[in-house]
Design a protein around this ligand. Structure first.
Ligand SMILES: [Ca+2]
Ligand SMILES: [Ca+2]
Length: 233
């Protein structure tokens, strides 16, 4: 079974060079196709639970072992001096190994878990970037710090784009779907009745170099995509 590699950033954050062996016994999962989850801290009140499609932030520590050998440390997001950024990924997108995603399902923000990931849900017969041998069982100590609904973020962006499109349509005097310099000037010069909120933005656009820079196809007019390049209509 093909399993996606861990997020590159996660691996880069890991302190590969300081690999050491812990005294603890190695980890063996109870089933080849299921993760074992030990929730050792759960907030009294579970206000938010990780769900597919959400952007998660978590701290982790990771170890690997082969057939019950001693656990070998492979990396962590939080360093002993308190530095280090949390790992961030979207749940359900295959950005981390399958076992990591399975181990996070239903987790509360603030909860801490130890998750044992069998090889089939980790890297299988492939090695993990040369640092985790093939056939390794992983032990992950996870703390979920936050979970955001990506859909809401996209909705906000879409709402902003929609409002910008309304402004664009008002500026587009002859309704040809493009803004000419004359149309832009018409609104700036329309004393008191123009769209003063956007006057400074329009002045920028009217500046020759800025206009030319925005006018990607060089037709002397600005399409909506050229005028608002990050819009997603
Ligand atoms: Ca026009
Ligand atoms: Ca153009």
């Amino acid at each position: 079974m093909l399993v996606r590699l861990l997020l590159c950033s996660a691996l880069q954050l890991a302190t590969w060079s300081t690999t050491f062996v812990l005294a603890s016994a190695g980890s063996i999962s109870s089933s080849p196709n299921l993760v074992d989850i030990d929730s050792y801290f759960r907030p009294d009140e579970c206000k938010k639970i990780a769900q597919r499609g959400q952007m998660l932030q978590m701290h982790y520590q990771g170890w690997w072992s082969i057939d019950g050998s001693d656990d070998t440390f492979f990396g962590q997001s939080l360093q002993e001096d308190g530095s280090g950024k949390p790992l961030q990924f979207t749940l359900g997108k295959g950005e981390v190994i399958k076992g990591w995603e399975d181990g996070v399902a239903g987790m509360c923000v603030g909860e801490k878990r130890v998750v044992i990931v069998p090889p089939a849900l980790a890297f299988g017969e492939k090695d993990g970037g040369g640092h985790i041998p093939s056939g390794a069982t992983l032990k992950l100590d996870l703390e979920l710090l936050g979970a955001q609904d990506v859909f809401n973020r996209n909705s906000k962006r879409a709402a902003h784009t929609k409002s910008m499109k309304k402004v664009f349509d008002r500026l587009d005097f002859n309704s040809d779907g493009k803004l000419s310099q004359d149309e832009l000037y018409r609104h700036i010069s329309n004393d008191g009745q123009g769209h003063v909120d956007f006057a400074s933005e329009l002045m920028d656009v009217l500046h020759g170099p800025q206009f030319s820079k925005s006018d990607k196809d060089g037709d002397g007019l600005l399409s909506f995509a050229e005028w608002h390049p990050h819009g997603e209509l």
